[in-house]
Ligand binder design. Sequence first.
Ligand SMILES: Nc1ncnc2c1ncn2[C@@H]1O[C@H](COP(=O)(O)OP(=O)(O)OP(=O)(O)O)[C@@H](O)[C@H]1O
Ligand SMILES: [Mg+2]
Length: 256
Amino acid sequence: MTKTIAVAGKGGTGKTTITALIIDYLARNGKGAVLAIDADPSTNLNLALGVPLYDTVGDVREETATAVGGSRAMGGLSKWDYLDLRINEALVEERAFDLLAMGRPEGPGCYCAANNILRTSVDRLSGSYDYVVIDNEAGLEHLSRRTTQDVDLLLIISDPTLRGIIAAGRVAELIDELDTAVGSAYLVVNRVPGDDLSEPLKAAIAEHKLNLAGLLPADPAINELDAMGQPIVALPEDAPMRRTLEAILSSLDGGL
Ligand SMILES: Nc1ncnc2c1ncn2[C@@H]1O[C@H](COP(=O)(O)OP(=O)(O)OP(=O)(O)O)[C@@H](O)[C@H]1O
Ligand SMILES: [Mg+2]
């Protein structure tokens, strides 16, 4: 059974940072085969993970849409086999995990047949992993657009601001409108300066009926890595951010 974890929330709240650390946690602890999916068109999960990226699913779609000469241009393969093959080529295979970047979303001239094949292909690929961890762009609409796969665990990330919590509440409301079924959704507040939230923030969390999983500290070690252009996975093992996130993950849904 594949466990799918998606990370969502307002822009700049730490989604990519947290996704990369979750992937690193699963990989380091030998939790099984991990597929990282970068569902943000600005594709920067690979940088956070410190791995190269050559191709995206969007590139593959584009390539098929512009290909002339039908199956001859696809080396005699059926459209299905060709797209499936190209998805596997776009997959970045690392020792501890694999990474697939979705790239640009389909444009107005969207080639729907290719899109459906790609979607099925990504879903089928996902099925062969123990964990699929998805870094999303801000907002949630694409969650239903990119993949038909259900999400077991949705982490909604916020900063410790009222606007952040309100945005998280909006994401939680959107879940009901998605085609994608979500098992459980939790709020994680990131970059918290102390060890508690202000009363107005606590009130907002209660008002929006958000299920708070925990608080992550503002960690200067992360800013140092940023400044040096180092991937987030280079964060020291005993960094407060790592330890707190791991405590949260092991407390959720019977533990990750
Ligand atoms: N706990 C933290 N302590 C200090 N800095 C952090 C922390 N979490 C994230 N950051 C920094 O905040 C910035 C934004 O983080 P990140 O890119 O992970 O956010 P995001 O939600 O993925 O953004 P976007 O919406 O643009 O995809 C980065 O520079 C990151 O290093
Ligand atoms: Mg991001």
